[in-house]
Write a protein that binds this ligand. Structure first.
Ligand SMILES: O=C(O)CCC(=O)C(=O)O
Length: 289
């Protein structure tokens, strides 16, 4: 039997993560999974590289961000009232905005996802943030399930360079070495939520199947832009440091307006070589130029 909302909130606030079982129906998830598979295939059509030819970070997963923007069939999951509504309840917010969504597909033979804390990667001043991690297939210790270190959302938050410094997650694991991570096998229909500051990681994929997951990051409406980072979720709407994060790139996800799903704006001209490469590899939507 699914847990009631009070129990989920209590666990999330205590541990910094929670496993909500059987929230979505199997047919509903199968429909979204097919849409996300198509979206990932489209985004990745110009990236024929084998796993061994990718960077260590890319060997942890195929990553396609902001899918809701160029793939309308995904929006029903990004802005699903049960998903975004539960996210809002877990952080005690009346309204939440989307920071970004992403597909994270761990290839057969894919590396572990190294331990890290998400909030360190986002220029959001407040800590009222969380991610929903949605399995699109059965996920277990063999295929690469998620692991969370309980209670770490209440501690400090450090930047771990999992992008260019392979192995750097080990120091974070060692820092919390006296608390065992909780690895969570899960099934389509389940939702895993973790707080933006919770230390988390994922097992490698030692199977011959793709581990398919979709995630969305939400934050409390009213959060402000923090100094120190460029990020497309705020740069595209020219959000100033110290200003509330409000714009087309970060629409209100819960509650939805009577107009239905938010409408994205086209991506602007890529501002850097890094962004051009991310667009060419399908990590972000097509940009102009
Ligand atoms: O899917 C994974 O392997 C890692 C996901 C993750 O780190 C996240 O959603 O914050």
């Amino acid at each position: 039997m699914a847990d009631d909302i009070e129990t989920l909130i209590e666990r999330f606030q205590r541990d910094g993560f929670v496993h909500a079982r059987a929230v979505l129906g199997p047919d509903e998830v199968a429909g979204f999974a097919a849409a996300i598979d198509r979206a990932v295939a489209t985004r990745k059509r110009s990236d024929p590289r084998a796993l061994a030819d990718k960077s260590a970070y890319e060997q942890s997963f195929i990553q396609c961000q902001y899918l809701w923007e160029d793939h309308p069939a995904v929006r029903g999951l990004t802005f699903h009232p049960k998903v975004a509504g539960l996210a809002a309840a877990l952080i005690g917010a009346e309204r939440v905005r989307l920071w970004h969504d992403q597909a994270l597909y761990k290839e057969p033979g894919g590396r572990e996802t190294e331990a890290h804390q998400d909030h360190a990667y986002w220029p959001i001043a407040e800590t009222d943030t969380l991610t929903v991690w949605i399995p699109l297939c059965e996920v277990d210790e063999l295929t690469g399930c998620m692991g969370y270190v309980p209670g770490t959302h209440r501690g400090d938050c450090e930047f771990v360079d999992i992008f260019t410094a392979p192995g750097s997650g080990k120091a974070l694991e060692a820092k919390y070495g006296d608390i065992a991570p909780v690895f969570i096998p899960c099934a389509p229909g389940d939702l895993l939520f973790h707080h933006g500051r919770t230390v988390h990681m994922a097992k490698p994929n030692r199977s011959e199947r793709m581990r398919r997951a979709y995630t969305a990051i939400y934050f409390r409406d009213g959060c402000m832009r923090a100094p120190g980072y460029a990020h497309p979720s705020v740069d595209r709407d020219a959000i100033a440091i110290g200003a509330p994060i409000v714009g087309a790139a970060t629409p209100v996800a819960w509650p939805l307006s009577s107009e239905g799903f938010p409408r994205p704006r086209p991506w602007p001209v890529a501002v850097s070589d890094r962004q051009r490469r991310a667009s060419a590899l399908g990590v972000i939507p097509p940009t102009k130029g």
